[in-house]
Design a protein around this ligand. Structure first.
Ligand code: NAD
Length: 332
C-alpha cells in the first residue's frame, strides 16, 4: 500500500475534517496480489461488484475482526480492500494487516459518526463489517443506519428483535447472521428442508448431541439448537438441555479429538440417531477449527452486499441463506 493511501494520524484538530485522502474506488491499495487458486476462483462467483469493494472492519483488534481483516487482504485487490480506519471500544495503537496500516479509533468518543461520514466520502461503496460485543450490537447498528453505511453484522446477541426491526425500517442494505460459516449454514438449511418435507421421518429414534467449544463459551451453541429443532420436527423429541457440553481440555483432546492448537477456538458438533430397536444408526458431524470459515463467509457477505447496493431491489435485509443462494462457495 502506498503511503498516499494511509490516513494521517488522528488528532483532535484533524478529527473535525476528513483525515483520509479522497480517492476513486478503482485505486485500491495493492497490499495483496490477486490470488489465482481455487478459492479465489470460487469466490469470484460472489464478487460481481463493478469495482473493488472497500471494507471497514470493526473491531479488527478482536479475534473475529482480525480474521476478517486478514481474509479481506488475502482476497486480493481485484475484489476488495481494507479501509485503513477501524472503530473499537477504545482508541488503540495502529495495527498492520498484511501491509495495510489501520488506525483504530474509539466508537465512544463522539466522533464515530464523523469518522463514518469521512470514510464514506473517501471510499465510495464502503461496506462495514461488525464483530464487536453483544452489548454493542444495537448501538453500532444505530450508528451505521444513521450514517447510511451498509453493514454485515456478525456479532451475536444484543436485542435481536430491535436490531431486525430497526434495520428493516431503515431500508439500509445489511446482512445480519449469527453464523457466517456458509457450509454450516448450508447444512442447517438442508436439515430444515428435510424437516419440512419429511416431518416425523425419524419418529421414535433416539437422538444424542455432543458439542465442544473453547472453555470461555458457557451457553449451548446456537447452531446446535437450530439443528436440534429440525431433528425434533423429524420426530426425535429431544430436550435441548440434554446436549452434552464439552468444555474441559482433556475431553476435548481425547474423546473429541480437537487439535491442541485449536483448543481456544473450535466448534465441534456430533448428532447421533439410533432406531428404536437399535439396528439402525445415523451420525452427522460438523467440526470447525479456527475462524477462517466465518471470516471467508463474512467477506462473501460483504461482496454480496456491495452488489445489492449497486443494484437495489425491494429486499434490503439479508441473511447467509441469501448469500448462499448467490452460488459462490469458498472452500475452507
Ligand atoms: P473479541 O472479544 O475477541 O473482540 C471484540 C472486540 O470488540 C474487542 O476488540 C473490543 O475492544 C471491541 N469492542 C468492544 N466494544 C465495541 C464497540 N462498541 N464498538 C466497536 N468495537 C468494540 O470477540 P470475538 O471472538 O472477535 O467475537 C466477536 C463477536 O462475534 C461475538 O459476538 C461472537 O459471538 C461473534 N461471532 C460470530 C460469528 C459468526 O459466524 N457470525 C463467528 C464467531 C464469533
Amino acid at each position: 500500500m502506498s503511503s498516499a493511501c494511509l490516513p494521517r494520524a488522528a488528532t483532535l484538530e484533524t478529527r473535525a475534517r476528513p483525515v483520509v485522502p479522497r480517492r476513486a474506488r478503482a485505486e485500491a491499495p495493492r497490499s495483496a496480489a490477486p490470488r489465482r487458486g481455487a478459492r479465489a476462483m470460487a469466490s469470484r462467483v460472489v464478487c460481481a461488484a463493478s469495482a473493488p469493494v472497500p471494507i471497514m472492519v470493526n473491531d479488527l483488534t478482536g479475534k473475529m475482526g482480525r480474521a476478517v481483516a486478514d481474509a479481506v487482504v488475502a482476497r486480493g485487490a481485484d475484489q476488495c480492500f481494507l479501509v485503513p480506519v477501524a472503530l473499537s471500544g477504545q482508541a488503540k495503537d495502529p495495527v498492520d494487516v498484511g501491509g495495510v496500516r489501520v488506525e483504530i479509533r474509539s466508537v465512544l468518543d463522539g466522533d464515530a459518526g464523523a469518522t463514518l461520514e469521512e470514510l464514506k466520502s473517501a471510499y465510495p461503496g464502503m461496506i462495514v463489517v461488525d464483530y464487536t460485543l453483544p452489548a454493542a450490537v444495537n448501538a453500532n447498528a444505530d450508528l451505521y443506519v444513521k450514517h447510511g453505511t451498509p453493514f454485515v453484522m456478525g456479532t451475536t446477541g444484543g436485542d435481536r428483535e430491535k436490531l431486525f426491526a430497526d434495520v428493516e425500517r431503515s431500508k439500509l442494505p445489511a446482512v445480519v447472521a449469527p453464523q457466517m460459516g456458509k457450509q454450516v449454514v448450508a447444512f442447517q438449511a438442508a436439515m430444515r428442508l428435510m424437516a419440512e418435507n419429511f416431518p416425523g421421518a425419524f419418529a421414535g429414534y433416539t437422538l444424542s448431541v455432543t458439542e465442544s467449544h473453547q472453555s470461555s463459551k458457557v451457553d449451548t451453541s446456537g447452531t446446535a439448537k437450530a439443528i436440534v429443532q429440525s431433528f425434533n420436527d423429524l420426530g426425535c423429541g429431544f430436550d435441548i438441555a440434554d446436549v452434552e457440553l464439552v468444555r474441559d481440555e482433556p475431553t476435548q483432546l481425547g474423546k473429541m479429538r480437537v487439535p491442541e492448537e485449536h483448543l481456544l477456538g473450535h466448534a465441534y458438533h456430533t448428532y447421533k440417531l439410533k432406531s428404536p430397536d437399535g439396528t439402525v444408526g445415523f451420525e452427522f458431524q460438523h467440526n470447525v477449527c479456527g475462524r477462517s470459515i466465518y471470516a471467508e463467509g463474512t467477506v462473501d457477505a460483504a461482496l454480496f452486499l456491495a452488489q445489492r447496493v449497486e443494484r437495489p431491489g425491494d429486499k434490503t435485509l439479508f441473511d447467509m441463506i441469501d448469500v448462499l443462494k448467490e452460488g459462490g462457495m469458498v472452500t475452507n
